[in-house]
Structures are given as C-alpha cells and as structure tokens.
Design a protein around this ligand. Structure first.
Ligand SMILES: [Zn+2]
Length: 307
C-alpha cells in the first residue's frame, strides 16, 4: 500500500464533510436538509459532481437516491454497496449520514487510484431519505431500493405545509419515468460507516464498534384527557390536570425502563399541552412517546404507530 494516496484520502475527508455541512447550515452550525428541499437537492447535485470527479459513474434513481459506480471486471458478480443518507433531522449534526457517504466516496476514489478497477463492482450511495423528518414515513430511499416502498406510496404522506411527498419529489425533478427504476437486485453486501449517535464508545474509550444488532423502535401517540379550568380559582381537590397526569406517566415510564435495564430505552420526545397557557389547567395533553417527534395524528386512545 502506497503512503501517498492513502494520506490523500484521509486529508480529503474533513474538507468534504465541511462542504456537505454547508448545504442547509444555519448560523449555529446545525444542518437542516429535509427530503426534496433546496439544500437537499444542492447537496445531492454536489455529490453527483464529486462522484464524477472521482471517475465514478454517477446516476440518480427515480426517487433521488444517488449512486456512484466503480464497475468491476467480473460480470454478474454481486455488487458491494456502501454509503448512507443525505437527509438530516431539523437542526441536525454535520456527520450523521454525511460521514458514511463521504467515507464511501473517498474509499472508492482511493481504491480506484491505488488498485485500479475492482473485480466486483463497488458502489457508493447517497440515500435520499432515512430520517422521517419531513414526511410521516422513514427509509424512503432504502425502502424503494429494496422494494419495501413503491413510487405510488408518494401520494399519501403530507408534510407540515400540506405538501405531498409526491409533489415535493416532482418539484425536485424526481419521480419521472425516464429515471432508472429504484429496485436494486444483485447486491452482495451493504457496508455503512456511521458515527455513533450516543456516548457509549466515547465513555468506554473505544474508537470504533461493529454493529451486531440494530435498534427496533415502537412509537406511540397518547392523549391524556383532563378538564381545563381556571388555575387560580379551582381547588386542587377539584382538578383534573392532564399535564400533571402526563408527568406522572413519564416518570413511571423512565423508572420502568431503568429497572428493565440495557438495552431497553424509553423516551417521551414531545408534548403538546392544551391550551398551554400559564393560568389555565391543562385539559388535554397529547404525549408523543418515541425517539423523535412525529407529526401529530388525530386525537384518540392509545395508538401504536410504525416501528
Ligand atoms: Zn444516520
């Protein structure tokens, strides 16, 4: 292995991540790159160009997944795919998703320059969506690649501004019939480099970890019902305070998860207090329990949503 090109590959990583972080950056350095938004499109366009500069065959599929391909000499051999997702949560970090794409791109670039054409085809992917931050569904990118989603599924989901997934996709130039179909076959392996989104490796002093299982999520939206009344004139004995009830539920949930021990975790990530006024006893408090907020669903009893 030659020292020069390897050193080059590492040297390019930080500038590439900084360049990617500029797409959707705010003044505090956080990144918001929601699916089919302009920063998202700019980032994907930049990456396509960067892939071409590295000598990869860059192509978008119908939903906006971006692939960079380094063709192998063995026809029909299963493809080795690497990469991650380009979308972010609102005010997200600069490494989530981007790190796996940048690392994959530079790895292919490095291998091409130092070893020439591979025997097996290598590809890097910038998946269009993983987070579920804009629309109430997640894994839109990989789900279309594996067949878990179909293009027709874009008609249903609506973002907070009332824009359908289909309309957003179309306005970004995707969803067109002339673009390559999303479904991928012939994949032999998928490798994803990802930052740790927690503190375990850091606290235990490990530089890297290998994933053996992945988090399974259950999300629930609960409505705690009470009775709104004047905060100054309603005696404590005559109240039905939904927020106070929700607070007890949250504390109980935390205790239960702590007692159950690792690896179980439980999170209440969102509260909507009604009417959310200092001098009114909260009458109804939809409590959203889950690892990240989801758009509010209609009020109802305990409801289980997707994983
Ligand atoms: Zn991620």
């Amino acid at each position: 292995m030659k020292a020069g090109p390897k050193a080059d590959a590492f040297a390019e990583l930080t500038p590439l991540l900084e360049r990617l972080a500029a797409f959707g950056a705010d003044e505090r350095g956080a990144v918001t790159r929601l699916l089919y938004s302009q920063p998202w499109l700019d980032a994907q366009t930049f990456l396509a160009e960067r892939m071409r500069m590295a000598g990869l065959e860059a192509r978008f599929d119908r939903v906006g997944n971006l692939y960079g391909r380094l063709p192998g000499s063995l026809p029909g051999a299963p493809v080795v795919l690497t990469g991650s997702h380009i979308d972010t949560v609102r005010s997200g970090g600069r490494y989530d998703g981007a790190y796996g794409i940048a690392a994959g791109l530079l790895a292919l670039d490095y291998l091409k320059r130092t070893c020439g054409a591979p025997r097996r085809t290598l590809e890097v992917v910038s998946l269009c969506e993983e987070e579920g931050s804009r629309f109430p569904l997640a894994y839109w990118g990989s789900g279309n690649a594996t067949g878990a989603y179909r293009l027709e599924d874009a008609s249903g989901p609506v973002d907070m501004d009332g824009i359908t997934l289909k309309a957003a996709m179309t306005s970004s130039g995707f969803g067109r019939g002339d673009l390559p179909d999303c479904l991928r076959t012939g994949l032999g392996a998928f490798v994803e480099l990802h930052i740790e989104q927690g503190v375990v490796l850091e606290r235990t002093g490990h530089a890297i970890g290998l994933v053996t299982t992945i988090v399974g999520q259950r999300r629930y939206a609960l409505t705690v019902s009470g009775a709104s009344n004047h905060a100054g004139t309603t005696p404590m004995s005559m109240r039905s305070d939904a927020l106070a009830g929700a607070a007890e539920m949250i504390a109980a949930l935390e205790r239960a998860a702590t007692e159950a021990g690792d690896p179980l975790v439980a999170t209440v990530g969102r509260l909507e207090v009604v009417p959310n006024t200092p001098n009114v006893i909260p009458g109804g408090s939809p409590v959203h329990a889950g690892p990240s907020p989801r758009p509010r669903r209609d009020a109802g009893s305990v409801r289980r949503s997707d994983a």
